[in-house]
Design a protein around this ligand. Sequence first.
Ligand code: GLU
Length: 387
Amino acid sequence: MEARRSAARRLQQARRVVVKIGSALLVDQATGRLNRHWLETLAADLARLHARGQQVLVVSSGAIALGRRHAGLPAGRLKLEESQAAAAVGQIRLAHAWKEVLEQHGLKVAQVLLTLDDTEQRRRYLNARSTFLTLLGLGVVPVVNENDTVATSEIRYGDNDRLAARVAQMLAADCTVLLSDVDGLYTSDPARDRAAVHLAEITDITAPIAAMAGGPGTADGSGGMATKIEAARIALAAGCHLCIARGAVAHPLQAIEDGARCTWFVAGQSPLAVRKQWISGTLRPAGELIVDAGAAAALGRGKSLLAAGVTAVRGRFDRGDAVRIVDPTGTELGRGLSGYTSADAARIAGRRSGEIEGLLGWRGRAEIVHRDDLVLVPGTGRREEDD
Ligand code: GLU
């Protein structure tokens, strides 16, 4: 119990937490109605995290399960267009329920519906990311689901486990909780094998571990253990811890903190460290920003690169592309992701932050490269610190 409670510090200490809720928890199987009382206990948990200063995102399934009965659709497997219709009917009810239960705690709520393209295509990814960051900055709790009504089978996630992990990766969240109808991963199916052993902590998803997941298995929703392992893979690669826990108890997040049995997939690195490795290692820079001596010194002190310090822009690049940052003598200082296209960067280069809106016609951010999107060449200024 004590070991489990200490594992749960990963949830208590996370800055940004994604909580995914499966359909089977939200919607009563027999009646097709929302499990409102349970949802209220979860909302109280989320409010407690928020009050502790943690940023919270909810990935909520349940649109199809809620909508099908209401729309008068038959039990059993639905045709694609039927499940899309059910999702349309159910999503409005789902969002309304979330709004009601979270508002009781004074929390502001936003609905975000994503398709696969929004997380896989760079431009859309960046847009979705900045919307999420703006919402979180405003203290709003985003409630996310797949946009099932427009997603066709070829271009959909189909399960919210992987969607939750992608959202966590997109936002460099440090902890993801998958609330499910099982309390974690076992060496074999505990329903069939009495010798099945529960696994409390996994640091590496080896082939035998992946094999333990078996096929899709659990009651409702489209997940099963296989998609949860896939989600864990995405999360770990992004430096995010992921916990699979049984959700069908009152106050399920509190239960984890109190030491309830669950499986933790433990990330070896922080999300920021992973992101920085990716920036410095795998990207071919699409252009260059030449900076003056003052900016070079500021970068060395761990600051972001502001427009004022840029003297010239070379190459053609888009927002979010990697660029080299070069000092007046041509020495590479580091690499980063540009917050502006090359054309816009050239327009605002050398200008003060207050002038940006007048030059571009919209309110852009002051940094051309934000410090979180920047990796300095070793030896440039002080050592970088993850914070
Ligand atoms: N997006 C689906 C829904 O809201 C659920 C997908 C899943 O079961 O993970 O009904």
